[in-house]
Design a protein around this ligand. Structure first.
Ligand code: SF4
Ligand code: SF4
Length: 412
């Protein structure tokens, strides 16, 4: 079995590397906004609507925040009432927002906990390692407790939900100590992934998680276009009162904005991020969603659509975005994985391509790509995977493109 070079490297260590790069200016060329600009941005968005998270007693803004946002966007988000912070463990005592520390009970801060001793594919569930990670993250952030302890990437299959209880035990120990409050997970697809034994797809695994009854809510990949079987699962979760937060929602919106020909035909009076925000928060059964934003302008453009109904222009926009994404953007379903005899991690490569092309995170994308044991240039264009892609993506062309964007950095 091929071992990933990610093995043994913790997310925190990787983040330390990227943080160094960010500090040296590799990751961002943006200057922070002034307090007046933040105020103006918050006024344009206004108070955000909230939804109940499943059957819990918590209400969260229909679009949640993330510690990966720029500091000015976080400030504006707080003023607009954003109260759930994804990946809060990525803050440290130097940059954790003072407004959250001062009014800690008004915010739900999430710690994202990875498998130990390997990657999301090869790593293990290890009670003690997860317990220690959360304790270390509390010291690092100064947040005193985390509201949500999230199992990052989730389970490999339904049997693991039942048989591997180490994550749940780590949560229960931390909860007794008053250091965490709610248990949740983000769930990726593992069906057909040859690096994972008996991998299943997210909907099957999440059904088992929901039946298990100890997790309060889940994050999962969800966007416009063909959403089955996740759409059915979201309906089921909605009926049963299990909390749902969509992630990886932009599905190419970042690159669409950069595509002049595409934008020439785009309906007037809306934008890809704005239409997406309206669609996610009013035309689905989701409780909430994460939309990746990179700066204050994107915050205003995106969050001003939260909870607002779709207008004719937005409906038309979503149709155009779906057609574009179906042509160009991998939905990370993993259907192709088991059909590549050369072991190319197609979905991982195309996920990193999204980070670079849509999230403006080129450095992070290249660093992750450099850790892969097989990269896009190992594709021999045999075409064996092609009939299995529900989008009929030109996978060899996509891999070659991704390698051009991602492969010029360091190689692990
Ligand atoms: S075309 Fe490339 S990715 Fe697809 S099966 Fe062949 S080698 Fe693998
Ligand atoms: S390339 Fe196609 S089959 Fe493979 S993960 Fe992407 S959308 Fe799914």
């Amino acid at each position: 079995m091929i071992m990933s070079k990610w093995n043994g490297i913790r997310r925190r260590e990787f983040l330390a590397t990227t943080a160094g790069a960010m500090a040296s200016g590799i990751g961002s060329a943006c200057r922070a906004a002034t307090p007046a600009q933040i105020e103006e941005a918050a006024a344009k968005v206004g108070k955000l609507p909230r939804h109940r998270l499943g059957n819990s007693d918590r209400e969260v803004t229909v679009l949640v925040g993330a510690a990966t946002w720029s500091a000015d966007a976080v400030e504006a988000g707080i003023r607009c009432g954003v109260n759930f912070w994804h990946k809060a463990d990525e803050w440290d005592r130097g940059n954790v927002p003072q407004a959250i520390l001062k009014n800690r009970e008004a915010h739900f801060c999430q710690v994202c906990v990875d498998r130990a001793h390997g990657s999301h594919e090869t790593g293990r569930i290890d009670e003690e390692a997860h317990y220690q990670f959360v304790k270390k993250s509390l010291v690092q952030t100064g947040l005193r407790y985390f509201d949500d302890m999230q199992f990052h990437f989730g389970f490999h299959n339904a049997a693991e939900v039942k048989n591997e209880r180490g994550f749940v035990r780590a949560f229960e120990r931390l909860k007794k100590e008053g250091l965490v409050r709610h248990l949740c997970l983000s769930q990726h697809h593992y069906g057909g992934n040859w690096r994972v034994k008996n991998g299943q797809n997210a909907a099957e695994i999440l059904t088992a998680v929901m039946e298990d009854g100890v997790f309060e809510h889940a994050q999962f990949m969800y966007s416009y276009g063909k959403t089955e079987p996740m759409k059915e699962w979201v309906s089921q979760a909605h009926r049963k009162g299990f909390g749902t937060i969509a992630m990886k929602t932009t599905r190419g919106a970042g690159r669409m904005k950069e595509d002049r020909e595409f934008m020439k035909q785009f309906p007037a009076g809306t934008s890809p991020h704005h239409a997406l925000a309206r669609w996610l928060t009013t035309a689905t059964e989701l409780d909430a969603a994460v939309i990746q934003i990179n700066n204050l302008n994107e915050f205003v453009d995106t969050f001003s659509g939260a909870g607002q109904p779709l207008r004719a222009a937005d409906v038309h926009a979503i149709e155009q975005m779906t057609a574009y994404a179906d042509r160009e953007v991998c939905r990370l379903c993993n259907e192709c994985a088991s059909h590549c005899e050369h072991g190319i991690p197609i979905a991982d490569i195309l996920r990193y391509e999204r980070y670079a092309q849509d999230y403006g995170e080129r450095f992070r994308a290249r660093a992750l790509y450099a850790l892969l044991d097989r990269q896009g240039d190992a594709c021999i264009a045999c075409g064996d995977c092609l009939p299995h892609c529900p989008q009929q993506l030109a996978i060899p062309r996509k891999l070659a493109q991704a390698h051009r964007v991602l492969g010029s950095g360091i190689r692990g």
